[in-house]
Design a protein. Sequence first.
Length: 113
Amino acid sequence: QVRLVESGGGLVQPGGSLRLSCVVFGSSFSIYTMAWYRQPPGKQRELVASITNGGSTDYADSVKGRFTISRDNARSTVYLRMNSLKPEDTAIYYCYSYATDSWGQGTQVSVSS
């Protein structure tokens, strides 16, 4: 059984940065396409970024140029580096594995002065 555990969320001022981490336990992480989703307050969950096992990436238009997704297969970890954060980036951020249809528990990111 696959388990995803996120960390790294918190409260940050506009223009600040955070790095989220997601460790995958229990399966062959290196072959998975992974993604970060987010759910802003009162809104639907939306795709933020994805990364294939080969390292190809894709981003939502709203975060292009500010966010970077990466992975470390040796550590079974996927990261989301978030720069130039805006109040509209406030959301619960979730890690997702497409191959196993598995979600993490989420980590709260709040951007406010």
